[in-house]
Design a protein around this ligand. Structure first.
Ligand code: TXA
Ligand code: MG
Length: 317
C-alpha cells in the first residue's frame, strides 16, 4: 500500500516549507522525540479547529502547546519558582500545566477555554527549528485519528490519515510514548498522565515529590472515552499467547510460533517504550484478531507503557 499515492499536496521537504504551511493556517504533522504531532498555529482558531476535525476528536480536549524556547513559553503562562525548576527539564518529554497568562494570544479552543495551559519544549531539532521558523506556538496532539495508535514514524502518520495531512519526516521517534503531563500546584507537582519521563526522573531532577492524580483525572468529563490508542485487533494483557493470536512479548517469554514482536528481549523499559506503538502497528498489520501481551513491570517508564496498554485493551465504544 502506498498511502501517499493520491495525496492532494506535496510533502514539505524542508523546515521552511513546513513553516510556510503552518503560518498560512494549514496543518502539518511534525516529529518530536515522543511521537509525531499534528501541528497547527495555536493562535489561529481555524487551524486549531482543523486539528480537532482532522483527528475526529469527539470533544474539545485541551491541546499541548509546543514552544521553541522558554521566552516563548513565558508569554503564554505564569511560571512560579517551582515551575521554573521543572522547566529545567526542557527541552524534554515533560508537559507542564500552568496558569495561563491573560491575553496570551492562544485560541480559546486550543486550551478548551480553561484558565490553565499545558506547555512543552520538545527535544527534537526539527520540531524546535519548525516552531522557531513559524514564530508562534504550535498546538499538537499526536498525529493519529482519535482513539487509534499514536504514530512514531512519518509513514504511520500518512497511513493513519490516508495521506491527507502533510508531514515533515524526521525519522523514528526516540522515546515512542507521549510526554508526561504534570500540573504545578502550589509547591506540589501532580502527574496527570504518565509518559516518556518517569516520576523518578522528575523527582531526581527537581527534588520535589511527584504526586499522582486519580486515574483519568487529567480532564475528567462524563463520557470521556477510556478506550484510546486502540489497534484494530483486540488485546489481552498479562497473557500467554495461544494459537491464532499475535504476541507482544517483553523480556524472556514463552517461545511462540505465531506472529510476534518483543518490546525488549533484555527487559529494558526505555527500549520497550520506544517500540510500543510501532510494534502494535506491525502486529495489527498482520491481521490477527487478538494480540496477547506479556506482563510489563509497572515501575519507571513501565507506568506509561501499562497506561497505554490498558487503554488499548479497554472495551471499545
Ligand atoms: O508527547 C506528547 O505530549 C505529544 C507530542 C505531539 O508532543 N502530544 C500529545 O498531545 O500527546 P495530546 O493532545 O494527545 O495530549 C493532550 C492532553 C489532553 O488530553 C489533556 O489530558 C492534557 O493534555 N491537557 C492539555 N491541556 C491541559 C490542561 N490545561 N489541564 C490539564 N490537562 C491538560
Ligand atoms: Mg494522542
Amino acid at each position: 500500500m502506498n498511502p501517499s499515492a493520491d495525496m492532494p499536496h506535496s510533502e514539505p521537504k524542508t523546515v521552511a516549507e513546513a513553516a510556510a504551511l503552518l503560518r498560512a493556517g494549514k496543518l502539518c504533522a511534525f516529529p518530536t522525540e515522543t511521537v509525531y504531532g499534528l501541528g497547527g498555529d495555536a493562535t489561529n482558531a481555524d487551524a486549531v479547529l482543523a486539528i480537532y476535525e482532522t483527528k475526529g476528536r469527539p470533544r474539545f480536549n485541551p491541546l499541548i502547546i509546543h514552544c521553541a524556547d522558554l521566552a516563548m513559553a513565558e508569554t503564554l503562562a505564569e511560571f512560579s519558582p517551582l515551575a521554573r525548576k521543572a522547566a529545567t527539564l526542557w527541552p524534554g518529554s515533560l508537559s507542564l500545566v500552568l496558569p495561563a497568562r491573560p491575553g496570551n494570544g492562544l485560541a480559546d479552543v486550543a486550551t478548551a477555554g480553561l484558565d490553565t495551559v499545558a506547555i512543552r519544549i520538545p527535544d527534537h531539532s526539527v520540531a524546535l527549528e519548525l516552531i522557531a521558523a513559524v514564530g508562534r506556538p504550535l498546538a499538537a496532539p499526536s498525529a493519529n485519528p482519535s482513539g487509534r495508535l499514536s504514530p512514531t514514524t512519518a509513514y504511520q502518520v500518512r497511513l493513519g490519515f490516508a495521506g491527507r495531512v502533510p508531514v515533515i519526516d524526521g525519522g523514528p521517534c526516540r522515546a515512542g510514548v507521549e510526554s508526561t503531563i504534570v500540573r504545578v500546584d502550589g509547591d506540589r507537582l501532580v502527574q496527570l498522565r504518565a509518559g516518556a519521563v518517569s516520576r523518578e526522573e522528575i523527582e531526581a531532577a527537581i527534588g520535589v515529590p511527584v504526586d499522582v492524580a486519580e486515574k483519568n483525572a487529567a480532564i475528567t468529563a462524563p463520557g470521556m472515552l477510556t478506550s484510546h490508542y486502540a489497534p484494530n485487533a483486540l488485546m489481552r494483557l498479562n497473557a500467554v499467547p495461544v494459537a491464532g493470536e499475535a504476541y507482544l512479548g517483553f523480556g524472556e517469554g514463552p517461545a511462540f510460533a505465531g506472529p510476534s514482536r518483543n518490546l525488549s528481549p533484555s527487559g529494558d523499559l526505555r527500549e520497550a517504550a520506544r517500540n510500543l506503538f510501532s510494534m502494535l502497528h506491525e502486529l495489527d498489520a498482520v491481521g490477527a484478531a487478538m494480540i496477547a501481551v506479556a506482563p510489563v513491570p509497572n515501575e519507571g517508564l513501565g507506568e506509561a507503557i501499562n497506561d497505554r496498554l490498558e487503554r488499548a485493551a479497554a472495551p471499545r465504544e
